[in-house]
Design a binder for this molecule. Structure first.
Ligand code: BG6
Length: 488
C-alpha cells in the first residue's frame, strides 16, 4: 500500500508532549498499516542534547505510554524505530539551520530519495514566525529546483491570538511559503465524523431540500468536556475556551453545517464554501456582546495550578450567531463550548420547525415535539433523528422516538483512526482539504476578536457555574423564544 511519496518529516519541537501523545503513535499506526514508503524518515529537531539512539528510546517510552496496545518489539517495530533520527538545534540560530540543511542532504543521499520535505511545527506558537523565517533564510522553504520535489509546512494550533496576530502570522508565512505549502492543523477536521458532515449533507438527496431557514428553526453546536484544565492552567488561563475550542473546532463544525455545496471535493472548492459561510455570519458588535454571548467560569478554576487567583478567563462560552445569507436568514446558530461540564460530547443538533398544529390541536403544544436531527461527533459517533410517533394505546398521544445510525454498529470491524493519522497522511500526500486555509482562520478571528475585546473591557462579569452543570444560569435563558439547550 506504499502510495505515499518518500519524504523527510522534520519535526520541530520533537521532545514535546504532542510528539509523545499524538504524532509518534499516529506515525506508528501509518507504518503498521503500510502507508509509509521504505525511505520515509523522521528527523526530530529540538533543543535538548540527544542523539538518534537516545531519542529512539524516548519514542519507545512514548509508544509504551500512549499507545500501550501496540507492540514495541519485533521486526516491524525495529523498522519503525529505524526511521527516526535526531538533530539538535535552536529555533533562532542560523548556524543550526545550516546543520539541519546538511543533515537533510546527507539523508537524501544515503536513502537515494527525492528531497521532499515536510516541516511540522509542534512548538510554542510564539516561535512559529522565527522558525518560518529561519527556514526561509536557510533556503529550506523552497524545493531545490534540480530535484523537482516538494516542501510543505504544518502549523499546529493556536494559529494566532486574535485577528491582528493571525494576520501577521499569515503574512510572515506568506513571505517564505506559498499558501499551497502551508497546512494549518485543526485536529477536529481529521475526525471521521466531522468529515461525515459533508457526506451526510451532500450524498443524500433527502436532506438538502430541508437544509435551510424554511424548515430549520435553529442549530445548536456543543463542544463540551468533562475535564477541567488538567495541568494546562498556564496555557489555558492565557487562552480561555473561546480561543481554545470555539474559534477553531466549533467554527469548523459550523462552517461544514452551514456551507453551500462545493463544486467539487477539491481542497480549495470545499474551503471556498466554508470561508463564505463564516464570512456570512453577522458580526457581533461590542455593544451586543452582553446579549449575544454568555461566558462562564467553573467553580474552583481559580485554584487550579497555573491559574491566576483573580482570573476572569472563561471556561465556558456560548454565542448566538446569525448566518446572513439566503439559506439561513432567520435561523440562529447557537454554539457553546466548555470545560468541567457533565460529559464529554461534541454534537450538532438541528432543530426543525414545529408542525402547524391543526391536526393535533387538542394536545398541549409541548406534547408535539419538533423533529431534531443530532449528528454526534464524539463519543458514540452516529446520527439520530428524533421523530414523533403514536404511543401505543387507545388514546392519541405522541411520543418522540429515535431513528438511529451508530458508526460502531454499522461498521463493526472498522477502527476509527485517530485524527492525527488522517491529517499526517493527507499532508504527506499533499491533500489540504482537511487543513484550514489562511482566509478561513482570519474570517473566524474577525468574528471572535471584537467579542474577546468586549469581554476583556467589561472586566469581571464572567458568570460562575458549578462543575458538572451545563454552564452558568444565564446560558439557559439565552436561546430565547421558548428554545432550550438539548441535553446531550
Ligand atoms: C484541543 C484543546 O484543541 O482540543 C483542548 O486545546 C481540548 O483543550 C481538545 O481538550 C479536545 O480535543 P478532543 O479531540 O479530545 O475533543
Amino acid at each position: 500500500m506504499n502510495e505515499l511519496a518518500p519524504c523527510v518529516f522534520v519535526l520541530f519541537g520533537a521532545t514535546g508532549d504532542l510528539t509523545k501523545r499524538k504524532l509518534a503513535p499516529a506515525l506508528y499506526a501509518l507504518h503498521r498499516e503500510g502507508y509509509l514508503p521504505p525511505t520515509f524518515a523522521v528527523l526530530a529537531y529540538a533543543r535538548r542534547d540527544k542523539n538518534d539512539e537516545s531519542f529512539r528510546a524516548d519514542i519507545k517510552a512514548a509508544i509504551t505510554e500512549f499507545a500501550p496496545k501496540l507492540p514495541t518489539e519485533g521486526e516491524d517495530w525495529d523498522s519503525f524505530l529505524a526511521r527516526w533520527f535526531y538533530q539538535r538545534g535552536e529555533f533562532d540560530k542560523p548556524e543550526d539551520y545550516a546543520g539541519l540543511s546538511e543533515r537533510l542532504t546527507q539523508m537524501d543521499t544515503e536513502r537515494n530519495a527525492p528531497c521532499n520535505r515536510l516541516f511540522y511545527l509542534a512548538i510554542p506558537p510564539e516561535q512559529y514566525e522565527t522558525v518560518a523565517e529561519q527556514l526561509g533564510k536557510a533556503k529550506l522553504n523552497k524545493t531545490a529546483p534540480d530535484c523537482g520535489a516538494w516542501t510543505r509546512v504544518i502549523i499546529e494550533k493556536p494559529f494566532g491570538y486574535d485577528l491582528e496576530t493571525s494576520r501577521q502570522l499569515n503574512e510572515t508565512l506568506g513571505r517564505f511559503f506559498g499558501e499551497d505549502q502551508v497546512y494549518r492543523i485543526d485536529h477536529y477536521l481529521g475526525k471521521e465524523t466531522v468529515q461525515n458532515i459533508l457526506v451526510f449533507r451532500f450524498a443524500n438527496e433527502i436532506f438538502e431540500p430541508l437544509w435551510n431557514h424554511k424548515y430549520i428553526d435553529h442549530v445548536q453546536i456543543t463542544v463540551s468536556e468533562k475535564i477541567g484544565v488538567e495541568g494546562r492552567g498556564n496555557y489555558f488561563d492565557q487562552s480561555g475556551i473561546a480561543r481554545d475550542m470555539l474559534q477553531n473546532h466549533a467554527m469548523q463544525i459550523l462552517s461544514l453545517v452551514a456551507m453551500e455545496p462545493p463544486v467539487s471535493l477539491d481542497a480549495n472548492a470545499v474551503r471556498d464554501e466554508k470561508v463564505k459561510a463564516v464570512r456570512a455570519i453577522r458580526p457581533i458588535a461590542k455593544n451586543e456582546v452582553s446579549t449575544m454571548t454568555v461566558r462562564g467560569q467553573y467553580s474552583g478554576y481559580r485554584t487550579e495550578e497555573g491559574v491566576a487567583s483573580d482570573s476572569i478567563t472563561e471556561t465556558y462560552a456560548a454565542l448566538k450567531l446569525h448566518v446572513d445569507n439566503w439559506r439561513w436568514a432567520g435561523t440562529p446558530f447557537f454554539v457553546r463550548a466548555g470545560k468541567a461540564l457533565p460529559s464529554r460530547v461534541t454534537e450538532i443538533a438541528v432543530q426543525f420547525k414545529s408542525i402547524p398544529q391543526v391536526l393535533f390541536a387538542k394536545m398541549k403544544r409541548d406534547d408535539v415535539k419538533p423533529n431534531v436531527l443530532v449528528i454526534r461527533i464524539q463519543p458514540d459517533e452516529g446520527i439520530h433523528l428524533v421523530v414523533g410517533a403514536k404511543e401505543p394505546g387507545q388514546a392519541m398521544n405522541l411520543a418522540p422516538v429515535d431513528l438511529s445510525f451508530s458508526y460502531r454498529e454499522a461498521f463493526p470491524d472498522a477502527v476509527i483512526a485517530d485524527a492525527y493519522e488522517r491529517l499526517l497522511l493527507d499532508a504527506i500526500r499533499g491533500d489540504a482539504s482537511l487543513f484550514t486555509r489562511g482566509d478561513e482562520v482570519q474570517a473566524s478571528w474577525a468574528l471572535l476578536t471584537p467579542i474577546l475585546e468586549a469581554w476583556r473591557e467589561s472586566g469581571r462579569d464572567v458568570q460562575p457555574y458549578f462543575t458538572n452543570t451545563w454552564g452558568p444560569e444565564r446560558a439557559n435563558g439565552f436561546l430565547g423564544e421558548g428554545r432550550t439547550w438539548r441535553e446531550p
